[in-house]
Design a protein around this ligand. Structure first.
Ligand code: NAD
Length: 423
């Protein structure tokens, strides 16, 4: 910095100080504090450092102290558990990993070291009953292949532990009902990990749709696709997966369509197409197109596929506006845009939302339910209903006919209370 610029800055500062109030001038003149931040009720906050014209950054997460968090055992150490769920505990405020269950001792020993889990809190599948004797474990997170969810949920319930279970809940509505009954008998909570009902953009879409921001929501349009990899994976085996694209990725379209208005479909129509000769689809379906008919007259058109390039889109078409979420069903990258008439012109605006790790939000919701005794937003009954509707979709695709479903009058009939707004 030159002498000239120092002089100029000093002059500007002096000129400014004259025009300011005495207190402001004193604050401007005094050196900044060595450390900032205020602690109240065990929460740390900072004064704003950007003008009120700017989006204010989120405050520090203020996670619960480690000894007040709900301890989880993670059952099944595959891709989702190790790539997404275990890392998400670091962003969770109320949950912590305290035990592991796996069929691979080497993998489990490595992950236990990575996450600070005691060797005596690592179990083989056959030893899950011993979870009962581990008081650090209050809940389990079942992340095994679909057909094993029933076995693992029943084992956890028998050990007296609350259960968070990955989607799809099971491979049939019958299995899903068994799981609900077992958890009710054991007096433990059961939540299905439907992350779209916790993801901030999807929650905002639900809020806007239900609040009338789009007028009457008449049509929904949802696509969730991903091109399957090499043949031989459990997702391509009917006995382990229960089906193909529908229960794996199409389920997001189904579950989110049901959650948007809180209505249950009264009928479904569907068609399914699977190319001959592709070894990936020897046992499970490739493409499914299905339409859900809701009692208000709203319809949701859904497409799911195991052989086309990834597309995860959601669109709600209302009488006075539309809304879309790009990357709606992805782990991140969501963009929410709303279109409506403003001053006689069509205007499309983007609503930005603070980035949140969906898996951490979901873990915290369930941990909160365990701590406070409240039912989860997406309990086992929510998973049973998806299996009932998927069975109707398969029947409609097979016969080419519309399949009627029992009319459910109540909104959010299978859901618990809305999750609290994330602080
Ligand atoms: P994965 O194949 O990567 O992991 C499955 C784990 O289960 C592996 O550790 C495997 O060793 C173990 N396992 C135990 N018994 C097995 C058996 N008999 N056959 C095969 N594996 C066995 O699968 P993933 O992608 O982690 O999926 C696990 C669950 O999570 C599935 O229910 C899936 O639908 C669900 N999932 C959910 C999301 C989501 O976004 N919520 C994303 C991916 C997967």
């Amino acid at each position: 910095m030159t002498d000239e610029s120092i002089t100029r800055r000093t002059a500007l500062f002096a000129a400014g100080a004259v025009g300011l109030g005495a207190a402001t001038a004193a604050a401007a003149a005094s050196p900044p504090p060595v450390d900032t931040g205020t602690i109240a009720a065990d929460k740390l906050t900072f004064p704003p450092n950007v003008a009120s014209t700017e989006v204010q950054p989120a405050p520090p997460p203020n996670p619960a102290p480690q000894d007040e968090r709900v301890g989880f055992a993670v059952i099944g150490l595959g891709k989702l558990a190790t790539e997404n769920i275990l890392p998400a505990f670091a962003q969770s405020k109320h949950a912590k990993p305290v035990a592991l269950v796996s069929g691979s001792p080497d993998k489990m020993a490595l992950i236990a070291r990575q996450y600070g889990i005691a060797a005596n809190s690592c179990y083989a599948y056959a030893d899950m009953a011993r979870l009962r004797d581990n008081p650090a474990v209050q809940a389990v997170y079942v992340v095994t292949p679909n057909a094993l969810h029933r076995r693992d949920v029943l084992a956890a319930a028998a050990a007296g532990k609350h259960v968070l279970c990955e989607k799809p809940m099971a491979t049939s509505s019958r299995e899903a009902r068994d799981m609900v009954a077992a958890c009710a008998r054991a007096n433990v909570k059961l939540m299905i990990a439907y992350r779209m009902q916790y993801q901030p953009h999807a929650r905002e879409a639900i809020r806007l749709a239900r609040g009338g921001a789009l007028g009457d929501v008449v049509l929904m349009d949802m696509v969730n696709n991903q091109n399957q990899g090499d043949p031989g994976q459990w997702r391509q085996k009917r006995a382990l997966a229960g089906g193909g694209s529908l229960p794996d990725v199409g389920l997001y379209c189904l579950n989110t369509s049901r959650a948007i208005l809180g209505e249950e479909p009264v009928a479904v129509t569907a068609s399914s197409w699977t190319p001959a000769g592709d070894p990936r689809f020897a046992e499970v379906e490739d493409n499914v197109a299905f339409t859900l008919h809701f009692p208000s007259g709203a319809m949701s058109n859904c497409l799911t596929s195991y052989s086309t390039h990834e597309l995860r889109r959601l669109k709600l078409l209302g009488s006075t506006g539309w809304l879309e979420i790009e990357n709606a069903f992805a782990y991140d990258g969501q963009r929410l845009r709303i279109a409506k008439l403003v001053d006689g012109r069509n205007e499309v605006t983007e609503r930005t939302m603070p980035a949140k790790n969906q898996f951490a939000v979901e873990l915290d919701h369930f941990a909160g339910c365990v701590k406070t005794g409240t039912p989860p937003r997406t309990p086992g009954e929510e998973g049973v209903q998806d299996h009932v509707v998927m069975e109707a979709i398969y029947a409609a695709a097979k016969t080419g006919r519309r399949v009627d479903l029992p009319r459910v009058a109540k909104r959010d009939a299978f859901r618990g209370p809305e999750p609290e707004a994330e602080g």
